[in-house]
Write a protein that binds this ligand. Structure first.
Ligand code: C5P
Length: 417
């Protein structure tokens, strides 16, 4: 995690039980060479003490907008700009609402409004609060404004309920901070990048592409033969048609297409996190060949060939990204599209996938031996929707992408299937 060393993080701690995890986040960031200045909301002090935060950051904690001493030492505007990144953890429903509306009635909200730096938020709240229409509106607005989200995760909550709302784990937040500092985030395209007018103007499209790598140990991994060519071609075609495109790619040998926000991930779990952090979107296209399994416990050290028994590789199932997005209650994209790469009984399996994964379209392609699809330039696809199916002749992956974009635009405009 090289991106963090030497960086200055301004950490806003909101008032929620997850604030105890923020103490560990501070340690993780400092271990990685970052300096951390912390601001606490009045509510945050009910959960962790300024003394703990100051001890861990190794510097003074800022709390009060109207503190004469603080303002004399460092004015709040300077505080908000003298950082490489602002991080809000935990980001409560209240803080998100203030940010979405530009309120500035205490030090934390004022800093967040006054900054000229990127802001990353790690929400944490009760699941009903996270799924409340007001919070969903605020989150959508903040994403449009370029605020980067990490989490929340699903899980058991302090209030005894189960669902989305848990703050991401400190290591995950630290990884998201490293990504944000390296510029690879699902922020909207920077102003000035070409966004041509086309059938997808004003639409946001999130696309996964390439394989995933699932580590066995620090040098070995499980992977597959996906080249990412079809997914990247779709990202290019969607951007050329005016869409705001987020391309979430596993390890591939392809350059990032122009005019898309590219996020690079390795594992299925990282890919799912990046996809969820990129919502809301109008269209989600799962073109990645996600590994179905990962090694249950990757070894932290290189596994040695010591002449004894072969090392067992216990596998566990990866999350199904397509099904997870298709079955979301909140922020489900209007169109969720998957691929079915099969070597036999193509259409039977594709139809079964359409139903099982709950998506709006499955694009079936034959990747059997001799088809040349995996890694090749051409593809023959059959599109299946709830309403029927259509087969396209063999054509280049770029042509498939172009036709697909036109098709999806017309489906969004009302002509489904
Ligand atoms: O691997 P499978 O044949 O089920 O892939 C079908 C579709 O599901 C593809 O669109 C692929 O991107 C998606 N998928 C996913 N997450 C997984 C497995 C597959 O998004 N873990």
């Amino acid at each position: 995690m090289t991106g963090i060393s030497g960086k200055r993080i301004l950490l806003v701690i909101g008032g929620g039980i997850a604030a105890y995890k923020t103490l560990d986040l501070i340690r993780r960031l400092r271990e990685r060479g970052a300096s951390v200045r912390a601001v606490m909301t009045p509510a945050a002090k009910n959960f962790v003490t300024p003394l703990s935060v100051a001890s861990l950051t190794g510097s003074k904690v800022f709390e009060d907008l109207f503190s004469l001493t603080d303002e004399a030492e460092m004015g709040h505007i300077e505080l908000s700009r003298d950082a490489d990144l602002l991080v809000v953890a935990p980001a409560t429903a209240d803080l998100l609402a203030k940010m979405a509306h530009g309120l500035a009635d205490d030090l934390a909200s004022t800093l967040l409004l006054a900054t000229d730096k990127k802001i990353l938020v790690a929400p944490a709240m009760n699941l009903r609060m996270w799924l409340a229409p007001a919070t969903l509106r605020n989150v959508a607005r903040l994403r449009e404004d370029g605020v980067i989200f990490v989490g929340p995760d699903d899980g058991e909550m302090a209030c005894g309920e189960y669902g989305p709302g848990r703050m991401s784990e400190p290591l995950t937040i630290a990884a998201a901070i490293a990504t944000a500092l390296s510029g690879e985030t699902a922020i909207p395209l920077p102003p000035g990048l070409a966004r041509p007018q086309g059938v997808l103007s004003g639409r946001r499209v999130v696309i996964t592409s390439g394989p995933t790598h699932e580590p066995i140990d620090p040098v070995r991994f499980i992977a597959n033969r996906s080249s990412g060519k079809q997914g990247h071609a779709i990202a290019r075609a969607a951007a050329a048609s005016g869409a705001d495109v987020v391309l979430i790619s596993g390890p591939v040998a392809l350059p990032d297409p122009a005019n898309v926000a590219a996020i690079h991930v390795e594992t299925a779990r990282e890919m799912l996190k990046a996809v969820e952090a990129s919502l809301p979107a109008d269209i989600f296209i799962a073109a990645a060949a996600v590994a179905d399994w990962r090694v249950a416990e990757a070894s932290p050290e290189k596994i040695k060939k010591d002449g004894k028994a072969l090392p067992p590789l216990a596998l566990v199932e990866n999350p199904d990204i397509l099904a997870t997005v298709a079955k979301r209650e909140a922020l489900r994209p209007s169109l969720v599209i998957g691929f079915a790469a099969e070597t036999e009984n193509l259409l039977v399996h594709a139809k079964e996938k359409l139903l099982r994964k709950g998506c709006d379209m499955i694009i079936a392609n034959d990747v059997g031996e001799g088809s040349g699809v995996m890694g090749g330039e051409n593809n023959s696809v059959t599109l299946l929707t709830g309403g029927g199916m259509e087969s396209w002749p063999n054509m280049s992956k770029d042509e498939v992408a172009g036709r697909l974009v036109t098709k999806l635009a017309s489906m969004l405009d009302g002509g489904r299937g």
